[in-house]
Write a protein that binds this ligand. Structure first.
Ligand code: APR
Length: 323
């Protein structure tokens, strides 16, 4: 029996929190990579030194990515999570940020393609659905081996807000959010329930609308509190669920950005791109995509999110044609 290896590229807030959750759940050995000298080594050792209290046998290592060869340490990874990226700085347009992060993703994607072409990859760097597309184009990995964070986090927020409002256990609240991981995501009310009871029977239209709105701006709400930086606990926990479903072949249905092609492309009206849909996640990555039927109002929202994903992917294509 070989040991499971999970690599996390980008040891910032999301990457380091994720490492904690992975180790706490005893999911495998964890390698942290970051461009800032000493940070991945320091965080890895610090976390390792706490493991006797948890009684877990994860080996945790850190690697400063001084040169592309350092990524040789990705070899044998079953799961690789990409959180490396820049946050938007004042004066930077969304397109500037996109171009900067595509450059980072390019270096990472090439290294993953070279050293761990069979790994399952979870792209977290924002905009995650677009970065998943960029990663796919530049890594050479099979598209079903690539997933983007989005729906897993947005759905967790949605379920939390519903549970808070109803005063019930989060465990009993079901619901999911699909579409792009942006302001035009689509929280699905019709399929949301608490203890199997449809949400529409439990909450007023106004309350539901409020919760949908809060979900859409859930990321922004945290940024407003933190002032510097964005959310990392809920992202870390959501990524852990996705990684666990891959490692343990749990076949959980988790909404996340997956590659849309074939009959799903016809159904969803988008092709060859990544967008948030319900996905069965197992050892083979995105093992099945579920086609959700839309009602007219939902279809309008869906078309809007498709349009925005398509136009951002066009920027990736432009970058690729000039670099
Ligand atoms: N190679 C490796 N690491 C890199 C590179 C690179 N080329 N470029 C940046 N990094 C590292 C940074 O040094 C930093 O430690 O990525 C890390 C990003 O961490 P934070 O700035 O703390 O950002 P975080 O909050 O973790 O978010 C990471 O996830 O949710 C998304 O929008 C978020 O795109 C962002 C990403």
């Amino acid at each position: 029996m070989t040991r499971t290896k999970i690599s996390v590229i980008g040891a910032g807030n999301v990457g380091a929190s994720l490492a904690q959750f992975l180790v706490n759940r005893d999911l495998g050995d964890v390698s942290l990579f970051d461009v800032i000298e000493g940070v991945p080594e320091g965080k890895a050792l610090d976390l390792y030194e706490g493991t006797p209290h948890w009684g877990v046998d994860s080996r945790i290592s850190g690697f400063t990515t001084k040169s592309p060869e350092v990524y040789k340490n990705l070899e044998g990874s079953e799961v690789i999570v990409v959180t490396a990226g820049l946050a938007r700085k004042p004066g930077m347009s969304r397109d500037d940020l996109l171009n900067k992060n595509i450059e980072i993703i390019r270096d990472v994607a090439k290294s993953v393609g070279k050293y761990a072409p069979k790994a399952k990859v979870i792209v977290v760097t924002n905009p995650a659905d677009i970065m998943a597309y960029a990663f796919y184009k530049m890594s050479g990995l099979k598209p079903e081996n690539i997933l983007g964070l989005g729906g897993a986090l947005d759905s967790a927020r949605f379920r939390t807000f519903l549970a808070m409002e109803l005063g019930v256990s989060v465990k009993d609240v079901n619901g999911f959010v699909i579409g792009g991981h942006g302001d035009d995501m689509v929280p699905f009310i019709r399929y949301s329930s608490a203890g199997g009871i449809p949400i529409e029977k439990l909450l007023s239209r106004e309350k539901i609308d409020e919760i949908v709105k809060r979900t859409r701006f859930g990321g922004g709400e945290i940024v407003n509190f933190l002032k510097t930086g964005s959310a990392y606990y809920a992202p870390g926990i959501s990524i852990t669920s996705m990684a666990e479903s891959i490692i343990k072949d749990k076949k959980r249905i988790i909404p996340c950005a997956a590659f849309i092609s074939g009959k799903h492309a016809e159904h969803y009206g988008i092709s060859g791109k990544f967008i948030g849909v319900p996905v069965k996640i197992g050892t083979e990555g995105a093992e099945h995509i579920y086609d959700i039927d839309f009602q007219p109002a939902e279809l309008e929202l869906w078309k809007k999110t498709v349009e925005s994903v398509n136009s951002s992917c066009a920027l990736v294509d432009k970058f690729l044609s000039t670099h």
